[in-house]
Design a protein around this ligand. Structure first.
Ligand SMILES: Cc1cc2nc3c(=O)[nH]c(=O)nc-3n(C[C@H](O)[C@H](O)[C@H](O)COP(=O)(O)OP(=O)(O)OC[C@H]3O[C@@H](n4cnc5c(N)ncnc54)[C@H](O)[C@@H]3O)c2cc1C
Length: 270
């Protein structure tokens, strides 16, 4: 296994241990990657070459970013949940058990430490860093509630993992096929209307529009909230500046090295 290490980030050749087709274009990929697994915290991500390490072609050239869904440091395993959307992710379902892929990670800052109850708000394939957080916090006595939305029930995955972590799971679908008929942020709003939430922290990850609505709602209610942002990126370490996102103070910050976690009141969602 080739390993290079710099500033806590590893370039590691990982081995595919398992790949599970979850349906509707979603896959669970389990990799053996001991060095990255040992250094990872919930909310961090990695860059993955979607080609096998012995593939001589250079297309696609760039590694793709994926949040870490879970990790087993003792066993040296990492889990990713990905959705097939384009050139790179279309190649990933072909990866077979025993094949090797090149990773760089862990990258970015993890979720901040908080006290008190937590409310998780996930849109579609934004769910992975929230499952990791729920599993990390599981058993420490705080109440955890998840609002998990997608276009349809077939796009909602690994609900049993949230339940096993002690999370109260509330679903929302655009087509009404499960849970609240509408967005997960609207479901959250209705829930907040019915009950007072004191001292809780709110964590969101999902599409830009969903996060904008989440930021607006939590700000209106004076709630402490964090988002994990996504942006197309190349280097993953803040050098190429490809993933710059605007902040409310007029500056730009890098999703890869300043984020992907930000407080909702620092990001400009316009
Ligand atoms: C920090 C971070 C964490 C992520 N975590 C996950 C994850 O856990 N699971 C998962 O499935 N995906 C995740 N993504 C998104 C994933 O990186 C992209 O879906 C992937 O790079 C697309 O590669 P592709 O070659 O298949 O698509 P391309 O052929 O490159 O593009 C296909 C379409 O997807 C759009 N796109 C590409 N990259 C992104 C992006 N980063 N954000 C928004 N739109 C994009 C393109 O504009 C285009 O419309 C994450 C992205 C970031 C930045």
């Amino acid at each position: 296994m080739q390993i290079k290490e710099e500033n806590g980030k590893c370039l590691e050749v990982a081995t595919v241990l398992e790949q599970v087709d979850l349906g509707s274009g979603y896959y669970l990929l389990i990799l053996r990657s001991p060095r990255i697994a040992a250094a990872t915290h919930a909310g961090q991500f990695l860059l993955m070459s979607v080609r096998r390490s012995d593939d001589a072609s250079s297309d696609p050239l760039l590694r793709r970013p994926f949040s870490i869904l879970g990790c087993g440091p003792a066993r040296g395993t990492l889990e990713l949940l990905y959705r097939v959307v384009g050139t790179g992710t279309r190649l990933m379902p072909r990866l077979e058990v025993g094949e090797e892929v090149s990773l760089v990670g862990p990258l970015g800052n993890g979720w901040p430490g908080t006290e008190g109850d937590v409310v998780l708000v996930a849109g579609g394939v934004g769910m992975p860093p929230l499952l990791y957080l729920a599993e990390e916090l599981s058993g420490d006595g705080r109440a955890m509630t998840l609002f998990y939305g997608a276009c349809s029930v077939s796009h909602l995955h690994l609900l049993d993992r949230f339940e096993q972590a002690g999370v109260d799971v509330r679903l929302a679908t655009d087509d009404g096929s499960a849970g609240h008929h509408g967005s997960c942020v609207h479901a959250l709003e209705k829930w907040l209307d019915k009950r007072g939430v004191q001292g809780a922290s709110f964590f969101g990850c999902g599409p830009h529009g969903m996060l904008a609505a989440f930021a607006k709602l939590t700000e209106q209610r004076g709630l402490r909230a964090f988002v994990s942002l996504e942006a197309p990126m190349a280097c993953g370490i803040g050098v190429c500046r490809g993933c710059a996102v605007p902040m409310r103070d007029g500056t730009y910050r890098m999703v890869c090295s300043d984020g992907p976690i930000f407080t909702t009141d620092e990001v400009s969602f316009e």
